[in-house]
Design a protein around this ligand. Structure first.
Ligand code: HAM
Length: 424
């Protein structure tokens, strides 16, 4: 029996690769426009890094991490997200000394042992951005605007929800208010919510059960409990979004699944992917650098976009995105002498940047024309035995079916130069 991939782990097949490349190239281009540089961080980290940042009482740390003990007896985890690793690297290499505000992005696979479904995998890919060293509310608006612009440039329409989760000064009072609200409703909510009420009460607001949601309609709002500084920060973040004409809805029940957030949080949502509605999400995490042993007063904000969800959305909303011409030219050579000449010509063309293919096995003309179709070639250069005897090849435009001849008499680099002229 053949071996299949693990459940929730997916191959990205050649047919899909163009869309992935298109998304990644567009993202890099947008990120660079906003002054971000790439950082590459390892897939494996000490388990403690995630427990200390994402939070012990989160679903990710409690039930979803791929953790194991390595050969040295150390507990290791395959990263479930990018922020913790980027911050670890930032601290370890003292990046704040080099630049007061660091704008970093990273792209790569993440691992969570969730129940797989459409848009939800166990190995998935994120494009994750982080800005460290500034807590100005206009930065929050700018970071959100970058995500918005990227999705717009990909031709995707999503909606934006924002919230503020307050700070260590104002959240405890909100937690108290929420706890007393929950205490009166323990018998009316699901078991998960009952458990969460004692471990991580804010998370109950994110419960997927419609019955629980009904109960929480009347729950106290975090936005009524913000301290003056947080309220002002949220007001100015919203004003920044207004200045950029980015539409948003305030969702005071958005709590996020990671514990490190404070103040601004946001989600970019779609209703086209069933239950997996967030194509991207993020927020501010002002205390996290210090909490991980880094320098004090190093605020941060960031977000991550889920690549698989973007690919799904793009194939629904922009089916032709990322489809590219695989070959400018296919050289169909027949017979050994023509094959040898074509083989040498191919290398010269590739040196000059032409995307060109040929059939090394020299099958029939019919079969080679089929191959040319398969690689979506714009032109086919036919070098048959007859043509070779006359020192000429035939160039066919595959769209218009027009043909012209190309002299093979000059030296091969001249033939190459002539051919390139005809292709342009
Ligand atoms: P997150 O909300 O856990 O945040 O994940 C961000 C995005 O990753 C989600 O909106 C979704 O598109 C994608 N995603 C998450 N889990 C899966 C999955 N199992 N399958 C497919 N896609 C998934 C974070 O990870 C934070 N580190 C974001 C951040 C960066 N906050 C600040 N900086």
């Amino acid at each position: 029996m053949s071996i299949r991939a693990l459940k929730g782990f997916k191959d990205i097949l050649p047919d899909e690769a163009g869309v992935w490349q298109h998304i990644e190239a567009t993202a890099r281009e947008v990120f660079h426009r906003f002054g971000f540089t790439e950082i590459k961080v390892p897939i494996l980290e000490k388990t403690e890094l995630f427990a200390r940042s994402i939070g012990e009482a989160t679903d990710i740390v409690e039930k979803e991490m791929y953790s194991f003990t390595d050969r040295n007896g150390e507990s290791i985890t395959m990263r479930p997200e990018g922020t913790a690793s980027v911050l670890r690297a930032f601290i370890e290499h003292g990046l704040q000394v080099k630049l007061p505000v660091q704008k970093l992005y990273t792209i790569g696979p993440m691992f969570r042992h969730e129940r797989p479904q459409k848009g939800r995998l166990r190995q998935f890919h994120q494009m994750s951005v982080e800005v460290l060293g500034l807590d100005h509310p206009l930065l929050d608006a700018e970071v959100i605007a970058m995500g918005w612009l990227l999705l717009d440039e990909l031709g995707l329409s999503v909606s934006l929800q924002i919230n503020s989760l307050g700070c260590p000064a104002c959240r405890p009072a909100y937690k108290e208010a929420l706890l007393s609200f929950l205490a009166a409703r323990q018998d009316k909510v699901c078991e998960d919510c009952q458990r969460r009420s004692s471990t991580n009460p804010l998370r109950v607001l994110d419960c997927k059960s419609a019955h629980c949601q009904e109960q929480y309609q009347a729950a106290p709002s975090i936005l009524d409990h913000l301290c003056p500084d947080c309220a002002d920060h949220f007001r100015r973040t919203r004003a920044g979004l207004d200045l950029l004409a980015i539409p948003y809805q305030v969702n005071n029940f958005m709590v996020r699944g990671l514990d490190y957030y404070c103040r601004t949080t946001f989600e970019l949502l779609t209703d086209a992917l069933g239950a997996q509605s967030a194509v991207g999400a993020g927020g501010r995490y002002d205390g996290l650098v210090e909490q991980l042993g880094g320098p004090k007063n190093t605020p941060g904000i960031g977000f991550a976009l889920g690549m698989e969800r973007l690919v799904l959305l793009l194939s629904e909303q922009q089916p032709s995105a990322g489809l590219s011409q695989q070959a400018d030219l296919f050289v169909a050579a027949l017979g050994e002498a023509a094959g040898a000449k074509a083989f040498a010509l191919l290398h010269l063309l590739r040196k000059k940047g032409v995307r060109v293919a040929m059939d090394l096995a020299g099958r029939s003309l019919k079969s080679q024309m089929k191959q040319a179709d398969r690689v979506n070639a714009r032109y086919v250069l036919i070098m048959g035995e007859e043509e070779l005897a006359a020192n000429e090849a035939v160039l066919r435009d595959m769209a218009s079916k027009e043909q012209s001849s190309l002299s093979l008499a000059p030296a091969l680099d001249q033939v190459c130069a002539e051919l390139i002229k005809k292709l342009n």
